[in-house]
Structures are given as structure tokens and as C-alpha cells.
Design a protein around this ligand. Structure first.
Ligand code: FES
Length: 573
């Protein structure tokens, strides 16, 4: 077939020529037990697998890789599984975010240097998703994303438990003295009971959904629970489809258009998704050469209602979402907000993909007129405390705090916060604004510390939310009146570094304003006294990170990895 001419495959440059170099390539495939019939004139499909014993969310990925291979063989491709460094949200210090760009670089160079015609990207646990997509986008080969899928719901003494969200909730009760050690241990046994990612609408569920909205998954893939047999069948279908994609030579950047990113942001807002998606989507768009600004998130947020009734903004979990029809059904409730002509890896447009998708439970996936929130999930704030922006998720906060003025209680870094937050001599009240400095990209790798702890003595009084400010991120499973991603961050001398305890701070979410009530002359004097913290790293990856990382409003990508001229194919060297 003319459209299946093996000489057009990228891998043909490795395996087809009658020369000594290609003899070496072919003979080494045979060393692995493959016959000429296994690989001759077939697209080589790289299965980039982030499985690891250290990634609790990907424990089913060894099986799924086999299922992808089955699909690839069925469709006439040649599958090769390639391990990629995993980013395990649960175990990495200082934070998986610190390593996102390292994995993106690994993916880009892996795809460039090996004889691959197309790839399957296997990820799910938070940062694995953007890192795989960022790397694949820079390498620009045909690519399909296989999401890990959410784990099954948790349970404790008859109560349904959601990842993260219920840990924070019950930890507050334990701190308040309302939960004994035995109950706390039982919660530990019951909150994570199967393979798969966090099953609230946290960062993993959000990133999987926006990846599908970008057009990079097979239809409906992002909502399927990890352990369902449907998930295994979907993996095989991915294997079959990626072979076609290799022949069609549909490169990932052809799909990652401005319309695709519009659809991704609409999806994030309709889901009430994680604020982390903002940083990742800006970085992913940057790799694709698409300009995506913080203000665009705010604009779309004002137009798109939150219609997914999922924790932490709502009541239900991903199992319920899947049974209610999943992402396709949700998107089919808001077609007017979407750019339906955007292409997807399936070969269909987004409009064709969602057409006819039905909602089976109106409480889980609401109609726009019965939305969880009329405005979208994330507002962008500016003001003299955040000249380049900050974000807040109002749907996850106590509404009374969305318009607030209170005195600052400042902590210079996380160690200071941990040491002093419960000190009764600070005499904090529910009106105080807790401020954490030096937790941004350069200050600390931008960890998920943004849901700052409420002092124990206030928890015991029944306080469950306070206004909290930082340049950190917050877990997508977290909640509260937490202002995040303040840019520029305090470690580079942003205004957050100049706040002192007792300063008055105004938060006006409706007016998009975050203001430090200190006059400019005083701020100037403080600025003159400010000293940058000592750099944390003097060598290795940390040094590269400190030199190249951008601020939160720019996506925290490395400057030298931004979109630019493509790197040359390896065979010209
Ligand atoms: Fe992996 Fe939450 S810990 S997705």
C-alpha cells in the first residue's frame, strides 16, 4: 500500500539499509530472540513505561504494557518497552515537581536517539503526565497517552474515603483531638485499596482528563478505573491504534494546537480540577509553540461552570464519574464551550468523539443550570503582592473567606512554619492570614505545601479554613482558601518576601485582587534590606534546575527546553 511504504518509516534508517551499521542493529534484535518477520517493514512502537516498585499508582503498568504489546502485534507493529524514570508523588523529596523537567528531557532524548516510529506514553501519577507529554512534544513523533486510571474508592467504618481530601479532613480532626490513634490507623488501611491514581479530582485525574481533551487519548480512556477489565482492553486498543498513527505519521504537535489547549482549559474548569494543571498546561503549550497565559485560564474560568460534582469541590469520586458517563458525557454537556473541530489521536475530531455521549447520573455530572459552581474552578489574582499573578480555587474554600482582610502571620520557610505554627504564644485568630515564604520553584522546588496547616488550638475551636498565601503549589486533592503560585516568588525577591507579621492583607477574589497594605516607601526600604537565600545546590541537576527554571506563571519549564528549532535527527552525526 502506498500509504504503508516501509521505506518512509523513521526506523527504516536503522534497520533497512544493506550496510554494516544496520547489520549490527538487526543482529542485536536477533540476539533478543526476534526473527526478521517480527520487525521487518513494521513500525517500531516505543512503549514508554513509568512503572516502578516506587510508584504505588502504577503497579498495574507491567500488565498494561503487555496488553499494549498485544495490540501492537495484532496491528502489525513491533513493540519495544522502554523504562522511563517514574515520578512517584508519594515518595519523592523534595517534590516530584522538581524532577518533571528532568523526565521530560529523558523522554525527548529517548525518543530521538532510538529507532522509534511512534510511542505510547504510560503515565498517571501527577507529574508523570506533563513530563511524558512535554518530552514527546519536543521530540514530535506520533504519540498516544495511556492514562493509569484512578484507583477504586476507599472506605472506613462505612464512610467513603477519597485520596488526599479525606486524609486532610481527618488529620484536622486528629489535630483537634477528635480522632483516636486506632481510628487513624484504620484510615491508613482503608484509604488506598487498589492500583491506580488518586480517585478524587486531584492532579492525576485532572491531568488525565485534560490530556484526553487535548486529543492525546483514545475516547473515554481517562475516566476508566485502573483495575477494570475495560482498562486492559483499552490498553490493547491503544496498541492497535498507535500502529496506524505511525503509518499515518500524525505527529503530536499537529494535535497540540491552540484549539486543543482551549479544550483542555475548558475541561479543567468544568471539572473543578487541580490548580497544578495550570502550571503544567502552560509548560506543555510552551513546548508545542502555543501561547497560553494565566489570564486565559481566568477568562475561561468565568465562562465555564463546574459541573463535575467530585471531591474536593463536590461529593463523589472517580468510580462514580466513570459510571455516570465519564469525561465524554461531561464534555457533551458543554459543547458550546469547546472547539469541536480539534483533531484527536483516534482520527476523529473532539466533536465527533463526544457526540451522543450520555450522562447516567445527574448528581455526579450536573447540568449547567444545576452546576456545582457557576464560575469555573480557578481564579487568577493580581496586586502588589502578586504582580505576575497567583491562583485560587474558590470552589474548594469556605465562601466567607473569599473577601477577607486580616493581619499576616509570616513564616520564612517550611521548617519555620512547622516549628512555630502550633505555638499558642503567636495568638493567631481565624482572621489571620498565614503566609509562607520561600516555597516557590527556586525557593524549594515548588512543593505542594500550599494548604498550610491551621494551628491546632484553632482547629480545637472548630476553625477549619483560613486565608493562606504562598508561592508553593497545593495538591489537587487539597482544599481551603489557599492562594498559590504567587509570582514572582519570594526567593527571587518577589513582594511575598517583603511581608512582615502584622501587615494587613486584603484578598478580594471577585475583584481578582491580592493586596499588601503597606505603602510603597516602606516596601522600598524592605526591598533594600532583602537578601536572597543561599542557593540550595552547587552542582549536578540541582544547579541546572536553579539556573534554568522559570516562574510559576511561565510554567516552570527550563528555558533551554522551550519551543524552538527542532533538534536534528541523530543519523546526521
Ligand atoms: Fe499518584 Fe496521587 S499519589 S496520583
Amino acid at each position: 500500500m502506498s500509504d504503508r511504504d516501509p521505506s518512509t518509516l523513521r526506523s527504516a534508517r536503522w534497520f533497512a539499509p544493506d550496510d554494516q551499521r544496520s547489520f549490527g542493529h538487526r543482529s542485536r534484535l536477533k540476539q533478543m530472540g526476534f526473527d526478521t518477520e517480527d520487525f521487518k517493514a513494521k513500525p517500531v512502537i516505543g512503549i514508554l513505561n513509568t512503572w516502578s516498585d516506587l510508584n504505588n499508582c502504577h503497579t498495574h503498568f507491567r500488565d498494561r504494557a503487555q496488553e499494549v504489546k498485544r495490540g501492537v502485534w495484532q496491528a502489525g507493529g513491533f513493540p519495544l518497552e522502554i523504562p522511563i524514570m517514574t515520578l512517584s508523588e508519594s515518595f519523592m523529596k523534595p517534590t516530584s515537581m522538581y524532577y518533571r523537567n528532568l523526565v521530560a528531557l529523558e523522554v525527548e532524548e529517548t525518543m530521538r536517539c532510538y529507532p522509534l516510529d511512534a510511542v505510547v506514553l504510560m503515565g498517571g501519577c501527577d507529574k508523570t503526565v506533563p513530563s511524558l507529554i512535554m518530552g514527546a512534544t519536543s521530540a514530535n513523533l506520533p504519540s498516544i497517552f495511556l492514562p493509569a486510571g484512578p484507583m477504586l474508592r476507599g472506605c472506613w467504618r462505612g464512610e467513603v474515603l477519597g485520596s488526599g481530601t479525606d486524609m486532610w479532613k481527618y488529620w484536622a480532626e486528629r489535630q483537634a483531638g477528635n480522632l483516636c490513634g486506632e481510628a487513624w490507623n484504620e484510615l491508613e488501611d482503608g484509604i488506598a485499596r487498589s492500583p491506580g491514581t488518586c480517585m478524587t479530582m486531584g492532579t492525576a485525574s485532572t491531568m488525565a482528563a485534560v490530556t484526553e481533551a487535548l486529543g492525546l487519548c483514545l475516547p473515554g480512556a481517562s475516566s476508566i478505573p485502573a483495575v477494570h477489565s475495560t482498562h486492559a482492553r483499552m490498553a490493547a486498543a491503544v496498541g492497535r491504534r498507535v500502529v496506524d498513527l505511525a503509518w499515518e505519521q500524525v505527529k503530536i504537535r499537529e494535535l497540540l494546537t491552540e484549539d486543543a489547549f482551549h479544550n483542555a482549559v475548558v475541561t479543567q474548569m468544568a471539572l473543578g480540577g487541580s490548580t497544578n494543571a495550570i502550571v503544567h498546561l502552560i509548560a506543555m503549550a510552551g513546548r508545542a509553540g502555543v501561547r497560553l497565559t494565566l489570564d486565559r485560564f481566568d477568562e475561561i474560568s468565568q465562562q465555564v461552570p463546574v459541573i463535575a460534582n467530585l471531591r474536593p469541590c463536590g461529593d463523589h469520586l472517580m468510580d462514580d464519574f466513570y459510571d455516570a458517563g465519564g469525561l465524554l458525557a461531561l464534555l457533551n454537556r458543554i459543547p458550546g464551550h469547546l472547539r469541536l473541530g480539534a483533531r484527536t489521536v483516534s482520527g476523529k475530531t473532539l466533536g465527533e468523539t463526544i457526540d451522543g455521549a450520555e450522562v447516567y447520573n445527574d448528581d455526579v455530572i450536573r447540568t449547567p443550570d444545576r452546576s456545582v459552581s457557576k464560575a469555573g474552578g480557578t481564579f487568577v489574582l493580581r496586586g502588589n503582592l502578586a504582580p505576575n499573578g497567583a491562583v485560587i480555587k474558590p470552589t474548594a474554600a469556605e465562601p466567607r473567606l473569599l473577601q477577607h482582610r486580616g493581619p499576616a502571620a509570616v513564616f520564612a520557610n517550611y521548617a519555620d512554619l512547622k516549628a512555630r505554627i502550633d505555638d499558642p504564644s503567636l495568638s493567631l485568630t481565624a482572621d489571620h492570614v498565614i503566609v509562607l515564604q520561600n516555597a516557590g520553584p527556586i525557593g524549594a522546588g515548588m512543593p505542594e505545601w500550599g494548604m498550610l496547616p491551621i494551628p491546632k488550638y484553632l482547629l480545637a475551636q472548630g476553625v477549619r479554613d483560613m486565608v493562606r498565601l504562598s508561592d508553593a503549589r497545593m495538591s489537587g486533592t487539597s482544599y481551603g482558601a489557599c492562594v498559590l503560585h504567587i509570582s514572582p516568588e519570594s526567593a527571587v525577591g518577589g513582594p511575598l518576601a517583603l511581608v512582615k507579621s502584622g501587615d494587613l492583607i486584603t484578598l478580594d477574589v471577585a475583584g481578582r485582587r491580592l493586596h499588601l497594605e503597606v505603602d510603597e516607601a516602606e516596601l522600598e526600604a524592605r526591598r533594600a534590606d532583602w537578601r536572597a537565600p543561599e542557593p540550595k545546590f552547587a552542582r549536578g541537576y540541582g544547579k541546572l534546575y536553579l539556573e534554568e527554571i522559570t516562574q510559576a506563571d511561565e510554567g516552570c519549564d527550563f528555558r533551554f527546553l522551550h519551543h524552538g528549532p527542532d533538534a536534528p535527527e541523530p543519523d546526521i552525526f
